[in-house]
Design a protein around this ligand. Structure first.
Ligand code: ADE
Length: 253
């Protein structure tokens, strides 16, 4: 079993690379992959880049060239669900591409050729990832240090599980996030978070029959202050979550 661990940005990868035993660097398609052993497990660490196409290319390489047997994405997202606050963690149960619209040929958000809009994540891997995220939060890793109180804005960070949506847009106005949440809710899709890569990796993993799971820490509320909250969270906080949650996950697997 080789686990691919993907993040969009180096800050989202945390210091996992430095914890890698017997690291081997491989370059392909302008990307740098690190193969090695992390907490006793064979892994490949990769940066997906930003957006669905970059992430799909990276995931395809991981499947074809590195023969990984499962993929895990760790990174940040904008909170869309009412109860999903900055500093919380969302584990994806399934993924939808919010910018997919081939209507009227197909229903809004349906992936042509797949007969579905929501791509499910692997149940067992997702259960383990949710347990890992919950354990990390329970250890006080996220919100209880004074340094982090500003990040979680005084509330105890929570773990959520549900729908995450991806699209090639940084959602950064309250009007856009409200419209997205409402349009999805009207079609029965209760969305928790938005980001820019996960759904494409879920689709690639579906195509290759590989288990996939994703965890996203909430860096912003995809609102009018997202352009300030996102870089602050990514620079100062995101890496700790990835380090802690991935460590817990690899212990559990
Ligand atoms: N990733 C983190 N925050 C995001 C946002 N507001 N929109 C899209 N992707 C994000």
């Amino acid at each position: 079993m080789t686990t691919a661990i993907l993040s969009a940005l180096p800050e989202e990868q945390g210091s996992l690379m430095h914890a890698l035993h017997h690291p081997e660097r491989i370059e392909r398609a302008g990307r740098r992959f690190w193969r090695g052993e992390l907490y006793g497990q064979p892994v490949v660490l990769a940066l997906s880049g930003i957006g669905k196409v970059a992430a799909a290319t990276t995931a395809t390489l991981l499947a074809e060239r590195f023969a990984v047997t499962r993929m895990v994405f760790t990174g940040v997202a904008g909170g869309l669900g009412d109860s999903v606050q900055v500093g919380d963690v969302v584990v994806a149960q399934d993924y939808l591409q919010h910018d997919m619209d081939a209507s009227p040929l197909f229903a809004r958000w349906e992936l042509p050729g797949y007969g579905l809009a929501r791509m499910p994540c692997d149940t067992a891997l997702t259960t383990a990832l949710f347990a890992a995220a919950s354990a990390y939060l329970a250890m006080g890793g996220a919100g209880f240090e004074p340094k982090n109180a500003a990040v979680t804005r005084g509330h105890a960070a929570r773990a959520h599980r549900g729908l995450i949506v991806s699209g090639d847009r940084f959602v950064c106005t309250s009007a856009e996030s409200a419209a997205l949440r409402q349009a999805l809710a009207a079609a029965g899709h209760a969305v928790l978070a938005v980001e820019m890569e996960g759904a494409s990796v879920a689709q690639v993993c579906h195509d290759y029959g590989l288990p996939f799971a994703a965890v996203r820490t909430i860096s912003d509320r995809a609102d009018d202050s997202a352009h300030v909250d996102f870089p602050h969270f990514v620079t100062h906080v995101a890496s700790r979550y990835s380090d802690g949650i991935v460590h817990e996950l690899l212990r559990l697997l």
